[in-house]
Design a protein around this ligand. Sequence first.
Ligand SMILES: Cc1cc2nc3c(=O)[nH]c(=O)nc-3n(C[C@H](O)[C@H](O)[C@H](O)COP(=O)(O)O)c2cc1C
Length: 378
Amino acid sequence: MPTLATTVDGLKLPNPFVIGSGPPGTNLNVISKAFKEGWGAVIAKTVSLDASKVINVSPRYGKLHSSDGKEVIGWENIELISDRPFRLWEDEFKRCKDMHPKGILIASIMEEYEKDRWVELVERSQACGVDGFELNFSCPHGLPERKMGAAMGQDPEVLERVCGWVKGASKIPFWAKMTPNITHIEDPSRAALRGGATGIAAINTIRSVIGVNLETLRPEPSVEGYTTPGGYSSRAVKPIALRMVMEVAQLIRSEFPGRSLSAIGGVENGRDAAEFILLGGDTVQVCTGVMKFGYEMVKPMCDELLAFMDKHKFEALADFKGKALPYFTTHADLVKRQTERKAAQKAAAAAAPAKKMVQTDGEWSGDDFVKQSNDLAW
Ligand SMILES: Cc1cc2nc3c(=O)[nH]c(=O)nc-3n(C[C@H](O)[C@H](O)[C@H](O)COP(=O)(O)O)c2cc1C
């Protein structure tokens, strides 16, 4: 019988499903609900020392629906970090650990670029008994205006220094959460790991504009007739997240073996999770999925992941973590492999010709265009 139980950075999780920082971990009530439903760990909503600077607006979400209007495939938010006072959070962190001593509670923290502020946030949070930290270097909206969030995550030098401050003050593991709003995610990830981060979490939301209202001719979500670009999440971001998780996993494998990776972005079921683990994730976070389907979704997710493991005869997550990673290569290498394979199979191919697919750009035809496109897909 396969097991989903896993130990990451010394933290014992009953399964790899972690509540991602955001509304699903925004106060003790909802965090308790997550533990009761069986989530492997909870990352609380990002906190800072002075919540009085955090002022949210409404509406603050915008959704992108499938063409039949039945499904939400993309979700934009312009929500800030927690607007609740830090002393309230200190009390709730303590009570949460009293109520759920075995529940893995991770505090997501963010501060301005000042060593004393980061150290204070770390020391006060860990005094409440939280099990780990996630450093939010990645919120793409609002906070960068104060040089926080993604503004830090886009600057490897700043990132390395802040991770060093946290390393000096923290007695518990900490993950640096990366922004996808950058060309090469390896650069800030390397800086965070050099600075002493125990692991990387990726990705936060993608800077976006969800749409323009064709009646009012204004961008959405509209706040007093105006908007600001927000963070994109949910199913639509999964391919981008998979690519970035793969890149971070390759970096960890080659330069920082033993560091952990928490994969995030568009996860909604156990099969999505299996894909992220195959690309190197130790844990898999879900944020928007919980807002769409509720905390109960963790049970079918566990069942689906177990069914996948059973099918492939994997006993533990470690049996397939990173198993798909060796199969990424360059385009030139793909051409070489295909040329070699074709040469080797030339005789057999002549006997049983393969489906006719476009080989060179001159073969595209206006009449068969859609069919030709489909034939080229896997
Ligand atoms: C409404 C909303 C609020 C969020 N707030 C935070 C936050 O406070 N801190 C943080 O690190 N990430 C925050 N995120 C980002 C998520 O944790 C996650 O990285 C991202 O949404 C991608 O995962 P998903 O597709 O499972 O939602 C938020 C996301 C949403 C949708």
